[in-house]
Every structure is written in C-alpha cells, then in structure tokens.
Design a protein around this ligand. Sequence first.
Ligand code: HEM
Length: 392
Amino acid sequence: MDDSKPSSALDLSVAQPYPLWARIRAERPVMRLEASSVGPAPTFLVSRHEDAERVLRDPETFSSAINNEIAGKYMGESMLGMDGDEHRQYRDLVAHAFRASVLDRWDGALVRPTLHALLDGIAPAGRADLMRDVVLKYPVQVICGIIGVPLHDQEQLARWSEEIIQGPLDPPRGVASSRAMRGYLAGIVEARRREPAGDLISELLAAEIDGQRLTEERIYGFLLLLLPAGAETTLRVLGNALVALLTRPAMMAQVVADRSLIPAVVEETLRWETSVTLISRVAARDTEIAGCPIPAGAVINVLTGSAGRDEARYAAADAFRLDRPPQRHLAFGTGPHQCLGLHLARLEMRVGLDAILDRLPNLRLDPDAPAPEIKGFAFRNPDAIHVLFDPS
Ligand code: HEM
C-alpha cells in the first residue's frame, strides 16, 4: 500500500470504494489515517468483519459519543451518540413504540397503501425512473405517516432530512434544515399533547419506564433522527436491490417466478451493497484492535461496507448470490446500538420488491437510458433507475 497517501482511504468523494477497501483488508486491516487529513484526533479504519463486530460489541471501550459530535448539531440530542445506562434507558422508552404489534398495524395501514398509491401513478405509463417515481418517496412517506406528517408537507420534510444527513458536508445548510424541521415538528408534538392520537408521537409523549419520561429535548432528538435514519437508509438499499435484479435478468426472472426468494434478495443486498457503509466510535481508553495499538481518544471508523465483502467470512464476497447459507451481516450494526428500525426496514423492502414485481410486469432496464450505477462512499445508491414494463 502507498504510505504516502493514506488519506485517500477516507476520501468521501470516491464513487467506488470496494477495490480500495479490498486492499486495506488484505494489507492493513486496521489502518491509521494521517491526522491532518481528517481532524486532530488519530483516526483508524477497521475493515474486516471480525474486527468490526468486536468494536461494535464493546461499547465500554468504543464509545458512541463521537456520533453526537459529528451529527448532534443537525440531529439534536440523539440516541446514536449515547452510551451505557443513559442509552439503555432511552432505548427502552422509544423501543416500545417499535414493537411487533405496531409493525403489523403499520404494514396494512401504511406501508402497503403508500407503495400501491405510488405504483398506481406509474403503472399505466409503461416506463419510469424507479428512483424518482417510487423509491425516493416510499420510505419517506412511510416514516412521515408514522410521525403523522400530512402528505402535502412530505416533500419538504424529505428535503430537510436529506440536508440534515449531508450536514457534515454543508454545515450551515444542515443546521438551518434541522431548525426548520424542529419548528415544524413542534406543531405536531403540541397537537398530540393536547389530543393524543394513538400514533408514534402520542406514544413517545406517554412513554414511561420506572417513573422516567422522555424530555421534550429527547422527543425532538428522536423525531429528528427518524427521517434520516429510517428513510434515507431504506430507500438506498431498496434502490440497490432493484439494480442488483435488473442487471441480472436471469435472477430477476427467477425471483418474479418464486417470491419466496425475496427475503434472500433483501439480506444479500444488505450484505453486498448496504447504504450506510461506515459507523463511528471513539476509543474510551488505550486499547488495541487486531494487534494495532489504539490510543484513548482515537476515532474508529468501522467500515461495515467493507465487512460485508470480507472474503474471510463470505465466499466469493463480491458476487451477488441468492443461494448463500444464511449468515449475519453488519448492515444494521450490532451490539447495543443495533438498528432499532431493522424490522420495519426489512418489511418495507420485502413489501416494496414484491409489489413492484407484481404491478410492473415484464420489468426491465430501458436500453435507451443510461445504465444505473450504485455509487458513493459513506452512503451508496443509484441516482436513477430507468425501466420499461407492460402498462396496466
Ligand atoms: C436498510 C435500512 C437501514 C439501515 C441500513 C440502517 C442502519 C443502521 C445502523 C448501521 C445503525 C447503527 C448505528 C451505530 O451503531 O452507531 C442504525 C441505528 C438506528 N436506526 Fe437504522 N437503518 C435502517 C433503517 C432504519 C429504520 C427504518 C429506522 C426507523 C424507522 C431506523 C432507526 C434507527 C435508530 C433509531 C437507530 C439508533 C439505535 C441506537 O442508537 O440504539 N433505521 N441503523
């Protein structure tokens, strides 16, 4: 590896990081970056599955506090940046609102109707950009529905959410969007306080464990996190799954004929092309990872995108295959911060793929449009997916 350019390993403008990550895994699996290129603290990349899992499962040594330093300005006081008892208590309070019976209710009342309304809009046309017309709207509309945001405000919410997630790249805009979104949500929170409606915000306002309730600050922190964490992530993986199938027509035909393969499509996409490729931690004490000394205060970037392609864990790791034995992946993280919305995300992706294949028969890429490309470093997705299908 070229020691003169270690910072290229964290160049967020790289569109295709997998070749670089493969080299890091092979040559320097725990890699120190030049401090000057990424900030004052020593910064390390962790690229192998085994090491990534170890870091994420050891919250005493690898603290999440860094997440509030990076994103707190935009997302408010978020659970992503909490540790220990504080995190456990907060998570217990909000997790209640994501229990299985609630998920069942959202499935029939929100997830399916949202998607079918979007597909109604394109089914007669015989052609579409699946990103613009369906994927970019669907998970955003689901989360907005869960929060209780009316349909006519959802595009605005989606714009704020995108600007919040890109906050570290454009801080003034990220902060402005965060303020605007909080102001908007305050209206809904106040309305639910006056008149509970049995929805997510009403549940958060009422949630109480051992006499503890969520403070106002924490309710906003949770709501501000939900759109970027729940929608931006899911829509990207759904887009990546569609690209995987559309660029493999034989596999697409197999899945169209046998829908029981859809869960395998979802899990393989999460391993092969997850949308969140990097999770940050900070070392709470002097330690080591795979023999590499890590000083207290060092920033650890766990490359979950790289872990999903680790040849030591997955045979032919770069290949997209539906016949792999079931094997855990790190797309939703692991340990105490493991994604709270993973059941909802899986549900949305399963329902999404199934309905798209049902409602858009003979679905294929438009040969006259540019082929879709999944790209990005920290967040990966295609910009557009131009398709043709039989109108109905
Ligand atoms: C495919 C879609 C998704 C992916 C790839 C994803 C990924 C992740 C990852 C990697 C984490 C762990 C972060 C860390 O350890 O620092 C996380 C946490 C979280 N996710 Fe997701 N997520 C997805 C969908 C969702 C959805 C649909 C929701 C909610 C509606 C959601 C809500 C959350 C929350 C609240 C946390 C914080 C949990 C905690 O700090 O304890 N996510 N997600």
